[in-house]
Design a protein around this ligand. Structure first.
Ligand SMILES: Nc1nc2c(c(=O)[nH]1)N[C@H]1C(S)=C(S)[C@@H](COP(=O)(O)OP(=O)(O)OC[C@H]3O[C@@H](n4cnc5c(N)ncnc54)[C@H](O)[C@@H]3O)O[C@H]1N2
Ligand code: MOO
Length: 402
């Protein structure tokens, strides 16, 4: 049995970047850009007013009064110089006319008919956003490999871009195995359960920015399992759940080998998720996750998600780890690291952690009532009040459960 870290290394050594595609700018949100973007022009393109107020030549201010000679709303492009001794009323964002070099906000003047009187001190160049202050033509503005968040989308738009070249979304085939499984939406019958794993894995894929392709259920026989897995190899990556332990009807590993696959590892020292397998089959990575619903989701977090993010160009592929105070004692009596599901609350700037209760590998509510995983070493007993590291699976829950 290998460690979690060894398993992650093996996976990443078989994980390469996907290709790229050009998409409309808004479709590039939360994806990784695969091109360097240089500015085709200065931003701002000219000196602009940063305030609604008056603009004038600083040297013309004699005794603090100026004659108002005109009005410059945003959108105008004045070319005529302003006459000596004159001020122009100017709106935020309007270009500074030739001859002017200073702006005073409207609330800092006394308006007396067609003249204005400055109420206080003014400095040359006040309240002017200079040409190229943010970006100069030719500057590298967005670097290839950057994650595109709303601000990056905005700056790309300001550079005239309407599309972006980004790494492709991974297309991931999802297959569940088991004779006991019913399609989602069914009414349970004796001996049967609903295939919830396909849905939870698909949700994890969507959250990671990938595209799930639902292959449905493979019955517990070698031929069906092999055929369904073969179908899944059309995708960039395949995730299966169930049928990977040592049961008489666990056919996933045999099917992978029959298809010419190489099993890079099987069984990782962790709980839940031990009987996870990783294989390369016809050049495609295949993750065979355990059937127990929590084991499948926790193994997805540790192994599938980092691989997907790497393929889609992300530099940050692991969940953030923070330190928090345990509100209760937790212990691991087993010989494998145990991912204890906890709820993480942010209280007065400190993280506080509480166990989500019964930690059974089949009990999905141990995940729904929490948002973090504490990796507890084998045979560890941690007392209440101790500080431990926790992987944050979901930042929304920190402010309290809805
Ligand atoms: N003799 C041993 N038995 C088991 C071992 C072991 O080491 N020796 N490991 C246990 C561990 S740990 C896990 S985890 C499970 C994993 O087994 P499989 O991956 O073969 O999964 P299945 O046996 O097919 O199913 C396990 C469990 O999960 C339920 N399940 C399966 N698929 C789904 C689905 N799509 N949606 C919802 N629930 C699903 C299934 O009904 C079983 O209850 O093996 C232990 N056994
Ligand atoms: O790995 Mo299985 O870990 O019970 O859930």
């Amino acid at each position: 049995m290998i460690s979690i870290e060894e398993a992650q290394q093996i996976i990443l050594s078989h994980t390469g970047l996907l290709g790229t595609e050009e998409v409309p700018l808004l479709h590039a949100l939360h994806r990784v850009i695969a091109e360097d973007v240089h500015a085709p022009w200065d931003i701002p393109a000219a000196d602009h007013s940063a305030m609604d107020g008056y603009t004038f030549a600083y040297d013309d201010v004699q005794g603090g009064s100026l004659e108002v000679c005109g009005f410059l709303p945003a959108g105008m492009a004045p070319t005529e110089p302003v006459s000596p001794g004159c001020a122009m009323k100017i709106m935020t964002g309007a270009p500074i006319p030739p001859g002017c070099d200073t702006v005073v906000p409207v609330e800092d003047v006394l308006e007396e008919g067609t003249t204005i009187r400055l109420r206080g001190m003014v400095k040359r160049g006040d309240h002017i956003r200079c040409r190229g202050e943010e970006v100069n033509a030719g500057d590298l503005v967005v670097v290839s490999g950057s994650l595109l968040r709303p601000p990056e989308i905005g700056i790309l738009s300001s550079l005239g871009k309407t599309t972006a070249t980004v790494f492709r979304k991974a297309r991931v085939a999802v297959l569940s195995t088991g004779d006991e499984l019913l399609q989602p939406g069914s009414i349970p019958e004796p001996g049967k359960i609903i295939n919830s794993n396909s849905t939870s894995i698909a949700a994890q894929l969507l959250e990671a920015g990938a595209e799930p392709l639902m292959l449905g259920i493979a019955r517990d026989d070698l031929e069906t399992t092999r055929r369904k897995i073969s179908d899944g190899l059309q995708a960039d990556l395949l995730v299966t759940t169930g049928g990977v332990s040592v049961g008489d009807r666990d056919f996933v590993r045999e099917a992978l080998l029959d298809l010419g696959g190489e099993i890079k590892f099987w069984k990782v020292a962790m709980k839940p998720g031990k009987p996870v397998a990783f294989a390369m089959v016809r050049g495609k990575p295949v993750f065979a996750l355990p059937g127990n619903p929590v084991a499948a989701m926790v193994a997805f977090e540790q192994f599938v998600r980092p691989a997907l993010l790497t393929m889609m160009g992300h530099a940050r592929i692991l969940r953030p780890v923070v330190r928090g105070t345990l509100e209760e004692a937790i212990r691991n009596r087993g010989g494998r690291p145990h991912f204890v599901r906890v709820s993480v609350r942010l209280e007065e700037g400190r993280y506080r952690l509480a166990s989500t209760g019964d930690q059974g590998s089949a009990r999905l509510s141990s995940l729904t009532s929490g948002n973090g995983l504490v990796k507890l070493p084998p045979d560890a007993a941690i007392v209440a009040g101790s500080e431990v590291e926790v992987q944050l699976l979901d930042r929304h829950f920190e402010m309290g459960h809805p």
